[in-house]
Design a binder for this molecule. Sequence first.
Ligand code: NAI
Ligand code: FMN
Length: 172
Amino acid sequence: MHAQPLARPVEPLGLAVGREAFREGMSRLGAAVTVVTTDGPAGRAGFTASAVCSVSDQPPSLLVCLNRSASVFDAFSQNGALCVNVLGPDHEALSRLFGGRTPMAERFEAADWTASVSGAPLLDGATASFDCRVVETSTFGSHDVLFCHVLAVRLGGEAAGLVYFDRRYHRV
Ligand SMILES: NC(=O)C1=CN([C@@H]2O[C@H](COP(=O)(O)OP(=O)(O)OC[C@H]3O[C@@H](n4cnc5c(N)ncnc54)[C@H](O)[C@@H]3O)[C@@H](O)[C@H]2O)C=CC1
Ligand SMILES: Cc1cc2nc3c(=O)[nH]c(=O)nc-3n(C[C@H](O)[C@H](O)[C@H](O)COP(=O)(O)O)c2cc1C
């Protein structure tokens, strides 16, 4: 048997990777929808986030990617604490509210909240909530990546979720 040559002709892959092609591809990477909240000296704030990821279970940690141009950016970077609230199937309207361009008071009026250990608002009825302290921040492109130590986890009654895929919400 002869070994196959390693080099193969390069085939066209499709769209060149500009912003639009990147977003088109990313629209097919389904993700859980969360509302990330904070409270502290810089005030209460929250935004819808799909760029949330588990990092390590020792120490229990996760990351959140936050656009520096978001109105909530200063509150998050100054408070140093946040809560990741994983949304359930009935939270589509809440996700839209926290998804931008709505005054902060109006966003929070739409649901019930409990203060967590870190001070960040925990969403009552969330599928799961991760109360966190921000321990490290990296700046990359338009976003800051917030590395967080998880201080406490609260589980909701039912393991049901909301996924954002193909620019639409899907109940899981
Ligand atoms: N990671 C992020 O910052 C995300 C931001 N969004 C915001 O919601 C708007 C609507 O999103 P879609 O309906 O999904 O349509 P879209 O065509 O704007 O985005 C498609 C996908 O690209 C990614 N994406 C969008 N904007 C991004 C950004 N600034 N940085 C990194 N990744 C980004 C996300 O995975 C998104 O689901 C976006 O224009 C953006 O403002 C939505 C999802 C993730
Ligand atoms: C489904 C969905 C997912 C989003 N995910 C993120 C995210 O992971 N990171 C981010 O910075 N913004 C994300 N956004 C956009 C923010 O929610 C939005 O910029 C934020 O609410 C601030 O908006 P504002 O500047 O009008 O207050 C997402 C929006 C939607 C609708």
